[in-house]
Write a protein that binds this ligand. Structure first.
Ligand code: PGA
Length: 249
């Protein structure tokens, strides 16, 4: 059985004052069945790690460099994020693919770097609105999956997040049939490439405008094992009902 995963991506939001939300979340969700992960800005990781020690909340980073060290001004290596308290790293988020020109090949190299430090990689995939409208969604997702995921992916070292670019931060959500179509396709592609045992162990998250009001129906959708949540993960009062909906699914 795959353990459900509620992952929060704070993006470039949060300073020390916002750590009270993390504390509140850890308190409110101390008995949650689902795995709970918060990915704050890297500047908060060490302090967040102290606050969440021995709690149900684990921590992740939002990106890492493919190299372990070197002349890469402003970048962070997986080993640094791990030391700061991350167990996981989000890779290939569409905002990084768009803002930083990250290709799937770069995402694959980062994934290998994350695994080398025993960080779980949450590898993000998603089509643009133009791709959705011209009917190429599954082709785009298939290509991204094939190129972003190196050999050696397992249910422990990798999570896949399907995040349609047009659903992120917009309040727009695909139909449940559209989510099911992509998630079923992902499971089938993973089975072809890695075999049924690995494919059946790997969590598939949906991301893009998940809110307390739509979480339950999304979590009841085929092959959805949790969510990657942006805006609604910033406040414990918003994220908690999403976690409860996941626990109940
Ligand atoms: P959102 O972001 O929940 O604010 O739409 C999701 C994401 O980008 O992971």
């Amino acid at each position: 059985m795959r353990q459900k995963l509620a992952a929060g991506n704070w993006k470039m939001n949060g300073t020390g004052a916002d750590l009270v939300e993390l504390k509140a979340l850890a308190k409110a969700q101390s008995t949650a069945k689902s795995e709970i992960l918060i990915c704050p800005p890297a500047t908060l990781l060490s302090r967040a790690a102290e606050l969440t020690r021995d709690s149900a909340v684990s921590l992740g980073a939002q990106d890492c460099h493919a190299a372990n060290s070197g002349a890469h001004t402003g970048d962070l290596a997986a080993v640094m994020l791990k030391e700061a308290g991350a167990s996981t790293v989000i890779l290939g988020h569409s905002e990084r693919r768009a803002d930083h020109g990250e290709t799937s090949a770069i995402v694959a190299a980062k994934t290998t770097a994350a695994w080398a430090e025993q960080l779980t990689a949450i590898v993000c995939l998603g089509e643009t609105l133009a791709e959705r409208e011209d009917g190429s969604t599954l082709k785009v997702i298939g290509n991204q999956l094939a190129a972003s995921l190196p050999k050696g992916a397992t249910g422990e070292n990798t999570v896949i997040a399907y995040e349609p670019v047009w659903a992120i931060g917009t309040g727009k959500v695909p139909s449940l049939a559209q989510i099911a179509e992509v998630h079923d396709f992902l499971r089938a592609e993973l089975t072809t490439r890695f075999g049924a045992e690995v494919a059946n162990a790997m969590r598939l998250l949906y991301g893009g405008s998940v809110k307390p009001g739509n979480a339950a129906e999304i979590f009841a959708t085929s092959n959805v094992d949790g969510a990657l949540v942006g805006g609604a993960s910033l406040k414990s009062a918003d994220f908690s009902p999403i976690i409860q909906a996941l626990d109940a699914s």
